[in-house]
Design a protein around this ligand. Structure first.
Ligand SMILES: Nc1nc2c(ncn2[C@@H]2O[C@H](COP(=O)(O)OP(=O)(O)OP(=O)(O)O)[C@@H](O)[C@H]2O)c(=O)[nH]1
Ligand SMILES: [Mg+2]
Length: 498
C-alpha cells in the first residue's frame, strides 16, 4: 500500500526502534505503522459548514449524520474495512460496538455521553476509502457567540472567527491526520486568514501547508439565494480565496456538497424524479414565486404534499430544485439517472474529486513520508534520554543526506518553507513544493505539452536559477534550501533525458 518514500522512512523506524528506550521506541513503531495505512484526511471547518455532508459525498454513502444528533459533536473516523461496523471508542479505552441504524447511518444516540467519547471508529466496505481515511470533525467555531463578543471587547480588536475556541478534540484529531480539508462557507477575509493561521498554530503538530491542505468553498448555492445560478459568483470568489490563502492551502474548490451527497449517495429516487417532473409542468411564473424562498416553497399551492416538499428541500435545497425543474422543462422525458448525473456536474463535485486525487491521492506517499519526518524530528527534540535523542537525530540526518533519497531531502526542505520556518518568495516556494511532491516533470515544470528535450532544458534552467539564488540572493537558511532545490532540478534534468 505504501510508496517508496514512506517505505524508506518506515524501514528506518523499524531499524532504530530496537536501539532506543521503550518510550521513544514505542512512538517510533507507531509512526512506522501509520506509514503503512491509507492517507488520513481530516475535514475541518466552522460549525454547520457542511463538513459531514461533504464526508458523505466523498464516501458515496450517507453514513455521517448531518444537522442534528450527538454525532455532530464527536470526531468520527471513516476507514476501509471488510464489514460495516461502528465502534464508539471511549476516553477510558473501552470500545462499544453499535449497529448502523435502519437508514444505514451512524445512530443518533451513541449510548455514551459525547464528553466521554474519544472518537467514533467507523469501518465501511466502501471502495472509496481503500486509499483514503476520512476524519469528520465537529465544528470549530464557538457555539457561544457571547464568549467571542466578550473576547472582542476585552482585546479591543475583532477576534478571528475560530481562533480562541477551537474544540480540543477537533484540533487533536486534525493534528493526528496527515492532510486536511478546510471547509469555508463565505468569502475569506483578511481576518479569516488570521483565523486559519491561529488554527494552524493550535494544530501545529500537523504542520498544515499547501503540501497537505486543501480549501473547499462550501454551500456555494446559498451565495446568491433562491434558485439562481451561483457559479458565475462562486468561481471567481474561490479563485480570489485561493490567492489569499496561497500559503495555507494548495487550492480552494467551490462545491455544493448537498447536491454531491444526494447524487453520490444515490438518494434521489424515481418517486422524487416524478414529483419534480410534475412540478416542472406548473406555469413558469408560479414556479418562480415558489422558488423565491424556502417558506414560499413550503406554502404556495402545488401538486405536492408537505412531506414531499420537505424531502425535496432536504435533498436539493432551492438551487437544486430549480436546476432539476429547468432540466425537466427542457426535456420532460429525462430519466432520473440522467438527472442525477447532471446534478453531480452542477454540484462542482467532479472538480473537487479530481483535485483531491491530484493533491492527496497521487501525493500520498510524499505527504505521509513528510509527515513522518516531521514526527521523527519532533520525537528527536522531545525525547528525554540524551542517547536516544542522539540516535534519532543521527538516523534522520543520515537518511536525508543519502543521495538515493534526495526526494526526502526535498520534502523536508519544502515543508520548512511551506510551514514558514524558512521564508522564500511565493513563486519560488510554489516551484519547490511542486518539485518535492510530484514525480511528473511536465507538472513540476508547468509544461504540459513539452518534449523530453524541452523538459530537460527547463529543468536545467531551474537548477541554474536556484544555484544563483543559493549563492547570491539569500540568507543562510534560504541558501541551504536553494542548494537542495538546485540538486533536485539537476536530478530531474537527468531523469528526463535518461
Ligand atoms: N444548501 C445547502 N445546504 C447544505 C450544503 N451542505 C450542507 N448543507 C446543509 O447544512 C446543514 C449542516 O450540514 P452538516 O454537513 O451537518 O454540517 P457540519 O459542518 O457537519 O455541521 P457540524 O458537524 O454540526 O459542525 C445540513 O442541513 C445540510 O443539509 C450545501 O452545499 N448547500
Ligand atoms: Mg458534522
Amino acid at each position: 500500500m505504501s510508496g517508496p518514500l514512506s517505505s524508506t522512512v518506515a524501514t528506518l523506524c523499524d531499524e532504530i526502534a530496537g536501539k532506543i528506550g521503550p518510550e521513544a521506541g514505542g512512538q517510533l513503531r507507531q509512526i512506522g505503522e501509520r506509514l503503512g495505512e491509507p492517507l488520513r484526511v481530516a475535514i475541518a471547518g466552522r460549525l454547520k459548514a457542511g463538513k459531514s455532508t461533504l464526508v458523505n459525498a466523498l464516501i458515496g454513502r450517507r453514513v455521517a449524520p448531518t444537522a442534528v444528533g450527538e454525532c455532530t459533536r464527536v470526531v468520527t473516523r471513516f476507514r476501509y474495512g471488510p464489514a460495516d461496523r461502528v465502534d464508539v471508542v471511549c476516553r477510558d479505552g473501552r470500545r462499544i460496538s453499535l449497529p448502523l441504524d435502519d437508514d444505514g447511518m451512524i445512530p443518533q444516540r451513541l449510548g455514551v455521553p459525547a464528553t466521554r467519547v474519544a472518537y467514533v471508529d467507523v469501518t465501511l466496505t466502501s471502495e472509496k476509502l481503500r486509499d483514503l481515511t476520512v476524519v469528520d470533525t465537529p465544528g470549530l467555531a464557538s457555539t457561544d457567540t457571547m464568549v467571542s463578543a466578550r473576547a472582542e471587547e476585552a482585546v479591543g480588536v475583532s477576534t478571528a472567527p475560530f481562533d480562541a475556541d477551537i474544540d480540543a478534540d477537533s484540533a487533536g484529531e486534525v493534528a493526528a491526520a496527515e492532510a486536511v480539508v478546510y471547509v469555508f462557507t463565505q468569502a475569506v477575509r483578511a481576518d479569516d486568514v488570521r483565523a486559519l493561521d491561529a488554527f494552524r498554530d493550535s494544530s501545529a503538530r500537523l504542520a498544515s501547508s499547501p503540501i497537505n491542505a486543501l480549501g473547499v468553498f462550501g454551500k456555494v448555492d446559498t451565495l446568491v439565494g433562491g434558485p439562481g445560478d451561483p457559479w458565475p459568483v462562486a468561481g471567481p470568489l474561490a479563485e480570489q480565496q485561493a490567492g489569499l490563502l496561497a500559503r495555507t492551502v494548495s487550492d480552494v474548490v467551490p462545491v455544493v456538497a448537498l447536491l454531491a451527497e444526494t447524487a453520490e449517495a444515490g438518494r434521489l429516487t424515481a418517486a422524487d424524479g416524478a414529483a419534480l417532473r410534475e412540478l416542472a409542468e406548473l406555469p413558469m411564473e408560479q414556479l418562480r414565486v415558489m422558488l423565491a424562498s424556502v417558506d414560499l416553497f413550503r406554502t404556495r399551492p402545488a401538486p405536492l404534499d408537505a412531506a414531499q416538499r420537505e424531502r425535496l428541500l432536504s435533498l436539493l435545497d432551492l438551487y437544486g430544485i430549480g436546476f432539476a425543474l429547468a432540466q425537466y422543462a427542457a426535456d420532460p422525458q429525462l430519466s432520473t439517472g440522467e438527472l442525477v448525473r447532471r446534478l453531480v456536474a452542477a454540484s462542482g463535485f467532479p472538480r473537487l474529486r479530481q483535485t483531491l486525487q491530484e493533491s492527496f491521492r497521487w501525493r500520498a506517499d510524499a505527504i505521509k513520508a513528510g509527515w513522518a519526518l516531521g514526527r521523527l524530528e519532533r520525537l528527536a527534540g522531545h525525547t528525554r534520554d540524551e542517547k536516544d535523542r542522539e540516535i534519532l537525530r543521527d538516523a534522520v540526518e543520515r537518511l536525508l543526506r543519502d543521495p538515493a533519497y534526495h526526494r526526502l531531502r526535498l520534502l523536508d526542505a519544502a515543508q520548512r518553507v511551506a510551514t514558514g520556518t524558512v521564508r522564500l518568495p511565493a513563486d519560488w516556494e510554489a516551484e519547490l513544493t511542486r518539485l518535492a511532491t510530484s514525480e511528473d516533470p511536465r507538472w513540476i515544470l508547468r509544461l504540459p505539452n513539452a518534449s523530453a528535450d524541452e523538459l530537460a532544458a527547463a529543468a536545467r534552467d531551474a537548477a541554474n536559477r536556484w544555484r544563483v539564488y543559493a549563492v547570491a540572493g539569500a540568507g543562510p537558511a534560504q541558501s541551504r534550501i536553494a542548494q537542495v532545490a538546485h540538486r533536485g532540478f539537476h536530478l530531474l534534468a537527468q531523469q528526463v533525458t535518461r
